[in-house]
Design a protein around this ligand. Structure first.
Ligand SMILES: Nc1ncnc2c1ncn2[C@@H]1O[C@H](COP(=O)(O)OP(=O)(O)O)[C@@H](O)[C@H]1O
Ligand SMILES: [Mg+2]
Length: 829
């Protein structure tokens, strides 16, 4: 960086410009700070302080006439001094003086010192100091400055001033016409202007005294002389000043030289630095290259290392894999050996078990043979009965034909009778002949009536026998039957379907196979077992209610024949129990329709039936009447058993006489409404209570005076889904307990019946208590196990199927008791 000093040193213009100031400064104190800028006022101040005699000092000496220390111009000239006021107006001498003073050297010097530094400051000061003729100084402020230059020479004031200034003005106005001269102020007589260069004596006297005039001229001359000597002094002073200025210039020159040298030095230094910089840049470049080279080397090395590490890693992983494989092989060998051992053990166990099983199988085969024998006997009995039945049916047909024949014979006889009567009338005359023929006709009529009566008796006997045979057939089928129904999936929104198969769908439709839940084996494999189940009948999802009803219509017939029948629907909520029982084409409406049809037909056979229906609900071990909407007047329902008639009645329960088919639908609707009133969440309530539709059928035969009383119970059980006590509280807890209890109790009752146990725990729950006479004895029970097809319900499905299998297994036991029952019934009949 260059200093301002340097810059100034390098700039000759600035040096030139500041020369006067520098001069003033050097003149006063020769301060070395010549390159600093100094203001005008500063410059003036220094000029005042300066010891060098300045123009001002000279002026002051000239201007201050009252100063006693200083001699006046007149004194110096050795001549009397005229008072200032009497000083003549400027004369041509002043012009001369000006010409003398304004010597070329001074002007040149002044010009060299820059005329810019004007006397503007000096002039007013001078005028104020003198106090004389301010008009002159104000009108010609720069007349002297123009000839001498600024500050170096202050204008001559006081007495001298008019003489200096006026001629100057005049010299300027030589060629111009002069309107008024300064002289005119001295007197009105002086109206002739004087040429500036011409001496006064050449002017015509114009009436003035010559001596006086000479004196004046002398005085002027003296003044001039004085002025001249002052000028000389000034000149000397000026020369000294010039000399000093020269010295100053030399000093400055020397300084400039020095500065130039310094500048050069600095230039050199700068060059050196520049070189150094270039060198450094080069070095840097080289270092950068070196660095890059090193970097590349390093990265190559690094890559090499990485490759080496990767190679090592690969080797290591291969080694580990090898070890792992070896270990695995060893483990596998070990496992295989273990497995072999286990297998051998298991095979031995299997052999043992097979032996045991063989022995057991022999036993079973023996008993099976016995059973088969029994079955064959039963079969033969059945065949006998069937042949008997067909024989009877044939007989019936023959009798029917006989009856028909008799009827025709009767008609014929009637006709003949009429003919005979006519003959009687005709033969009235011959009475003996007439009475003979009359007796003959009467005998024949009696014969015909006898035959007709016999035929009717035979027909009624046949209906009774059909009933017995039908019942025996039903009993052989088993008094407790279990059927399974799988409902169809209702759409994709229900979720995935479970895998359910029907292996014998095309033949006997008795099997169902469910692919069970995922199980983890001891080896950690996940598999799903296929669980087979077998029932009396299995209905696939495609089966409609119509086909289901075909299967149960025989039981409805049994109810009409005077037996107690119970049809249950068991299964989890949503499996289709209500749909099967109470939907518009469900079992309840279909059963009632069938009963109506049958009743109508039986009228021909002298049977008249009455049918009564009631609908109750078992909820929390309490009975509710679903046909009685008036909640307030609800009386407690009570179960009453008639042990003799084997009939059950529910006290305070509304029964509806179903004398037309529409009444059943009305009844179902009413029950549905009452259920909705009973609970806000009807569906929830319906799934948590058992509903029992009780149909009582009483038939009487006017001819035979026979009477039969049967009950058909259609039960929609509460949802069988497993309910956890831990999750239920209060009312819910009670509800859960009662559902679990009643379902378990139903299972117990069926099991006890199957075992032929002397004690059947009917009273353990309200439901079994209500159905007591419809579950044991000669009653017929059908349980539908309803199954949902969804994967989500699989667990409950399997539970339901297992429960149903238990019930189904009691079936064989029931068959045993059936024999007894047949015996019982045969002994009864
Ligand atoms: N066999 C079927 N065919 C068509 N839809 C059925 C069948 N079984 C049940 N559903 C329907 O499945 C749903 C649940 O049946 P629902 O009878 O109310 O079950 P549950 O009484 O066992 O709780 C109902 O929407 C019903 O209409
Ligand atoms: Mg339901």
């Amino acid at each position: 960086m260059e200093s301002s000093e340097n810059r100034n040193a390098l700039n000759p213009a600035s040096t030139k410009l500041r020369l006067p100031t520098t001069y003033a400064a050097t003149a006063t104190a020769t301060a070395p700070t010549g390159l600093k800028e100094i203001s005008d006022s500063q410059s003036n101040a220094r000029a005042q302080m300066s010891s060098i005699p300045t123009k001002r000092a000279a002026n002051d000496s000239a201007v201050a006439p009252p100063d006693a220390k200083r001699k006046t111009l007149v004194e110096r000239a050795g001549e009397p001094i005229q008072p200032k006021s009497q000083l003549p107006a400027p004369t041509p001498t002043s012009a001369f003086l000006t010409g003398t003073i304004s010597g070329a050297s001074i002007v040149q010097l002044a010009n060299a010192r820059n005329a810019n530094k004007t006397t503007a400051t000096a002039l007013p000061r001078a005028s104020s100091a003198t106090g004389h003729r301010p008009t002159y100084s104000s009108t010609n402020p720069s007349s002297f400055t123009k000839s001498l230059g600024p500050s170096s020479r202050p204008p001559v004031t006081g007495l001298r001033q008019p003489s200096f200034n006026q001629p100057t003005n005049r010299s300027r106005s030589i060629s111009k016409p002069r309107p008024a001269t300064s002289m005119s102020s001295h007197g009105p007589s002086r109206d002739v202007s004087v040429a500036p260069t011409q001496p006064a004596p050449t002017q015509p006297p114009n009436g003035i005294d010559v001596d006086e005039r000479l004196n004046e001229v002398d005085a002027e001359w003296k003044v001039m002389k004085e002025a001249f000597s002052i000028s000389l002094q000034d000149k000397k002073a000026m020369e000294t000043a010039v000399q000093m200025a020269k010295n100053q210039v030399d000093t400055l020159e020397a300084e400039r030289q020095k500065l130039n040298e310094r500048n050069e030095l600095l230039q050199k230094e700068m060059d050196a630095l520049r070189q150094q910089f270039q060198q450094l840049t080069l070095t840097l470049e080289r270092q950068k290259m070196d660095h890059e080279y090193q970097l590349q080397n390093k990265s190559r090395e690094h890559e090499h290392e990485v490759q080496e590490l990767q190679r090592k890693l690969k080797q290591e992983s291969e080694r580990l894999q090898r070890i792992n494989r070896e270990e695995k092989d060893a483990f596998e060998r070990q496992c295989r050996a273990d497995l072999e051992g286990e297998k051998a053990k298991a095979a031995k166990e299997v052999r043992d078990l097979r032996l045991k099983l063989g022995a057991e199988q022999q036993d079973i085969n023996k008993s099976l043979l016995e059973k088969e024998r029994e079955l064959r006997q039963l079969q033969s009995q059945l065949d006998d009965l069937r042949s008997e039945l067909s024989q009877e049916q044939k007989n019936k047909r023959a009798l029917q034909e006989q009856i028909n024949e008799m009827a025709t014979t009767n008609g014929k006889l009637e006709a003949r009778n009429q003919g005979l009567r006519a003959q009687i009338d005709f033969l009235e005359s011959d009475s003996k002949q007439q009475s003979d023929s009359f007796a003959q006709i009467e005998a024949r009529l009696r014969e015909a009536l006898e035959i007709a009566e016999n035929a009717k008796q035979k027909l009624i006997k046949e209906e009774t026998e059909r009933r017995i045979l039908f019942n025996k057939y039903q009993e052989l089928k088993g008094n407790i039957r279990v059927m399974c129904r799988v409902r169809p999936a209702l759409g994709k929104s229900e979720g995935n379907e479970a895998k359910i198969m029907f292996p014998d769908a095309k033949t006997s439709s008795a099997q169902i196979e469910v692919t069970g839940l995922e199980e983890k084996s001891s080896f950690g494999n996940i598999n799903r077992k296929v669980l087979p189940f077998e029932f009396d009948r299995v209905f696939a999802p495609s089966v409609h209610n119509e086909e289901i009803f075909d299967e149960i219509s025989q039981l409805v017939q049994s109810a009409l024949d005077g037996y107690n029948v119970c049809i249950f629907c068991y299964g989890q909520t949503g499996s289709g129990k209500t749909y099967t029982m109470s939907s518009p084409d469900g079992m309840i409406p279909r059963a009632t329709h069938m009963i109506y049809d049958t009743i109508t037909k039986l009228r021909e056979k002298s049977w008249t039936y009455t049918m009564e229906g009631s609908f109750v609900e078992v909820y929390n071990e309490e009975l509710n009447d679903l046909l009685d909407g008036s909640n307030n007047s609800k009386k407690k329902l009570e179960i009453r058993h008639d042990d003799v008639r084997k009939q059950t009645t529910v006290l305070n329960c509304k029964t509806v006489a179903l004398d037309s088919a529409d009444k059943v639908e009305m009844m179902l609707k009413q029950a549905q409404n009452n259920r909705s009133v009973a609970a806000t969440k009807a569906n929830e309530r319906s799934s948590r209570s058992h509903s029992v539709f009780i149909l009582k059928l009483v038939g009487e035969n006017s001819v035979t005076n026979e009477r039969c009383e049967g009950t058909l119970n259609l039960v929609d059980l509460a949802g069988s889904e497993r309910l956890k006590h831990s999750q239920a509280e209060g009312e819910r807890m009670k509800e859960t307990q009662s559902i679990n209890k009643s379902l378990a109790c139903l299972g117990d009752v069926i099991e006890a019946l199957g075992r032929g146990s002397s004690h059947v725990p009917y009273r353990n729950s309200k439901l079994t208590h209500l159905l007591q006479y419809s579950l044991g004895g000669n009653s017929k029970t059908l349980m539908f196990v309803m199954v949902s097809p969804l994967e989500a319900h699989l667990k409950e499905t399997i539970t339901s199927l297992r429960f149903a299998t238990k019930v189904h297994n009691t079936h064989i036991g029931t068959a045993k008791s059936t024999k007894k029952a047949i015996k019982d019934r045969s002994s009864e009949s």
